[in-house]
Design a protein around this ligand. Structure first.
Ligand code: ADP
Ligand code: MG
Length: 718
């Protein structure tokens, strides 16, 4: 008998080579394999007849191969398959489908899944474009699990006459392979699979046993609701999703507790500090800024280490809040590290800090990778001696040779660019006490999600923009109208305001004509032909730190009127006098990215305009993104739409953001179960759940410990 911890290479038919392919998918043990749930199901109990198909629907059809072949069009080769049921037929097309030649033998039975539409090629009728397919009856193909005689028959019945699970392929391993391998794994397992969720919790939430859940999620009964299956809402799914989220929350809660117990710094907030705080404020803070500052300072006064996330839309004024927090620390005799994701942003913070904090007597230094070695050494000496009070920088701050004298506060701007590990590394720079940590982000994450993503952080939100802002007016224009756009920009510049023009790439690709306009080329063209009367600047990621800094400074001072740039200005750049942004090839940018870019304008009193120029084909998703930009300026609405269009994995950039890697749960779809899991995890830790024997608690803790790293890809739990 196998068990959950059995390595997957020992499953019959797998072996070390395939085990490697599986490992790349995070599948090491049989338990991992069982958590590899189908991403959809096909109803092959009642397969659809071709006659009843309706254009526009997603459908799965089982039919016989009649003919197939490759034909060439002017643009590309297209592979055509004609499949039939009796006298009705359905055409399937795959663009550039040369790889399919010889795959479909006449008479073979295939399952096809795809969107049904009216035929665009040939003689009318219905077709599917690029359907997913599976050949059902034929000698085993490459990538099949090898089977013998009787076993073959047993497994053949897995593909038809039932609800069939469809798995994402992994390399050569197709859905059919997974179906068989998982079936084999389930059959090799004892009926009772250990269950780490305490029985009392299982009972009051009516969760089905784990073993049963595995079986039914992979091989649903014929009577199971098809809609529930596709939505991952069957009892089996709920049970597995809850389990995953429950242990995640349990781990995060324990981590949070542990962090609280570590020795930190209790900063003092006396009259002297209050006075210093007032002194550095260049304007009246908004009510929201006051509120979050109060929360932050309260944390700082408390002797346990602060772990706080400061969330606020672009332009909401997080920087000054950070400077105020820094002032508290510096007044108490501690150093502050402020880390930014890009050199430009670090430089920008450095320039503001010098403007705001240096007149008050604080010593500010900049440490980025772009400095020459000698400069770096000089800065590091000032940091180590404690002479530098506020150290602003990029990843360079994390290098081992950077040592602080008395690091008391760490501020991280735009957290979504940093991994949790880096966060931990920086915090360890002060060995005897834990410095306070403030993480700032402009990604407006819904609260429940934030609680999980940043499960060990408390959250403050700036939900108000500084006064005097008028919403940016946004338009979408085809780039055939660029003459009009340049005319408009010229008018704005003539009025004394400044503008950005953003491009998706730095340089054209010489070998491949991508048809994309590039920053360098357009800079030259605009400078010579379109705006010869205005001083233009160029900014992109391949310039040296000094060049970038110099350009930014000249744009900020108003010497340069127009900045031609790539997305390097996406985060943080702050020039209130810039009131127009033109983004070329806007269809190429992601929604959050467009929002971040647009956040660079609308910071001053003048009415601001964002012009999204499209050049080339605008797909359906791109059109929705552009439309959202026109409809709203609200970061939360933009984020919700982005989440909807991209799904959570891509939205958060998974591990990069310190995002747990989840196998069965989906943080957006399963928000409700997430809340439930959080409540139950807390109750368990607080000892509020009745009737849980100690040994079950121990089992849960052990399960957590054994699975934390591998399951969630997060930092070790204590
Ligand atoms: P973000 O939250 O995107 O980092 P910033 O901190 O860069 O925003 O602030 C955006 C702009 O708003 C800056 O020019 C800043 O000086 C200004 N600002 C911030 N707070 C206020 C305020 N309370 N009143 C007026 N202007 C403010
Ligand atoms: Mg900022």
């Amino acid at each position: 008998m196998a068990d959950l911890q059995t390595e997957v290479q020992f499953l019959k038919g797998v072996g070390p080579r395939l085990a490697e392919t599986l490992a790349a998918k995070g599948i090491h043990t049989l338990q991992d394999l069982l958590y590899y749930l189908p991403f959809r199901y096909e109803d092959r109990i009642n397969p659809r007849s071709i006659e009843q198909l309706q254009p526009g629907e997603m459908a799965s059809v089982i039919a016989e191969v009649r003919s197939s072949g490759l034909f060439r069009t002017r643009k590309m080769p297209i592979f055509e398959l004609v499949a039939g049921q009796g006298r009705t037929r359905l055409k399937c097309l795959w663009f550039r489908g040369g790889y399919l030649e010889g795959r479909f033998k006449p008479g073979a039975l295939v399952a096809l899944y795809g969107k049904v539409e009216f035929s665009t090629f040939g003689r009318g009728g219905l077709q599917m474009l690029q359907p997913q397919f599976e050949i059902l009856h034929e000698p085993p193909a490459e990538g099949d699990l090898p089977l013998e005689g009787e076993e073959q028959q047993h497994f053949d019945s897995l593909e038809v006459g039932r609800i069939v699970p469809i798995y994402e392929a992994a390399g050569k391993l197709n859905a059919r392979w997974f179906r068989r391998a998982i079936r084999r794994a389930l059959e090799s397992m004892p009926p009772e699979i250990g269950d780490a969720i305490p029985a009392a919790i299982r009972e009051h939430l009516s969760l089905i046993p784990r073993g049963q859940a595995f079986w039914q999620a992979h091989w649903p009964d014929a009577g199971e609701s098809f809609a529930d299956l596709q939505a991952a809402r069957t009892p089996a799914h709920r049970r597995l999703i809850f389990e995953e989220l429950f242990f995640l929350e349990l781990g995060l809660e324990l981590k949070r507790r542990k962090a609280r117990l570590q020795p930190g710094i209790g900063f003092k907030l006396d009259e002297k500090v209050r006075k210093a705080l007032k002194k550095v404020l260049p304007f009246h803070p908004t009510a929201a800024q006051k509120k979050v500052l109060k929360e932050i300072v309260a944390d700082m006064q408390h002797p346990s280490p602060m772990r706080r996330l400061l969330q606020g839309d672009v332009g909401s004024g997080k920087t000054i809040v950070a400077f105020e927090a820094a002032t508290v620390a510096m007044q108490n005799g501690y150093q502050v590290a402020l880390m930014a994701p890009t050199e430009i942003l670090a430089t920008q913070h450095y320039l503001s800090a010098r403007q705001i904090l240096e007149p008050a007597g604080y010593r500010v230094v900049l440490l980025t990778g772009g400095l020459d070695p000698q400069q770096k050494r000089g800065v590091r000496r000032h940091v180590a001696s404690g002479d530098a009070q506020l150290v602003i920088g990029t990843h360079a701050l994390l290098e081992d040779n950077v040592e602080f004298d008395r690091l008391g506060l760490v501020v991280m701007d735009e957290q979504h660019r940093f991994g949790v590990l880096q966060r931990m590394k920086l915090m360890r720079k002060n060995s005897d006490v834990q410095p306070d940590v403030l993480v700032m982000t402009a990604t407006p994450i819904p609260r429940t999600l934030a609680l999980t993503l940043y499960g060990d952080l408390d959250i403050s939100v700036i939900d108000e923009l500084p006064p005097g802002r008028t919403p940016v007016s946004t338009r979408v224009l085809d780039d055939t109208r660029s003459e009009e756009v340049w005319e408009f920009v010229r008018k704005i510049l003539a009025q004394g305001q400044q503008a950005y023009i953003v491009y998706p790439v730095i340089e054209e690709n010489e070998e491949k004509d991508t048809g994309l306009k590039a920053a360098i080329k357009m800079y030259n063209e605009l400078r010579k032909k379109v705006f010869p009367e205005f001083p233009l600047g160029l900014l992109h990621g391949r310039m040296s730190a000094e060049e970038k800094e110099d350009t930014m400074r000249r744009f900020k001072s108003g010497e340069l009127k127009l900045l031609i740039s790539t997305t390097v200005i996406e985060v943080g750049v702050d020039v209130p006098n810039a009131s127009v942004m033109v983004i070329e090839h806007a269809e190429r940018f992601g929604l959050s990215q467009l929002h971040q870019l647009r956040g660079r304008i609308g910071r001053g009193a003048a009415k601001s305009y964002c012009i999204l120029m499209t050049g080339g084909k605008v797909g359906e998703d791109a059109a929705q993104r552009l439309d959202t930009m026109v409809q709203t300026n609200d970061g939360f609405q933009v984020a919700e739409k982005d989440l909807e269009l991209r799904g959570p994995g891509e939205f958060f950039g998974s591990r990069q953001a310190g995002m747990p890697s989840l196998r069965v749960a989906n943080l957006v779809r399963d928000r409700e179960l997430l809340e439930l899991a959080k409540r139950e995890a807390r109750a368990l830790i607080n000892g509020e759940t009745k009737g849980i024997p100690d040994e079950e608690k121990r089992a849960a803790a052990e399960y957590l410990k054994a699975n934390w790293n591998r399951r969630y890809g997060l930092v070790e739990v204590g």
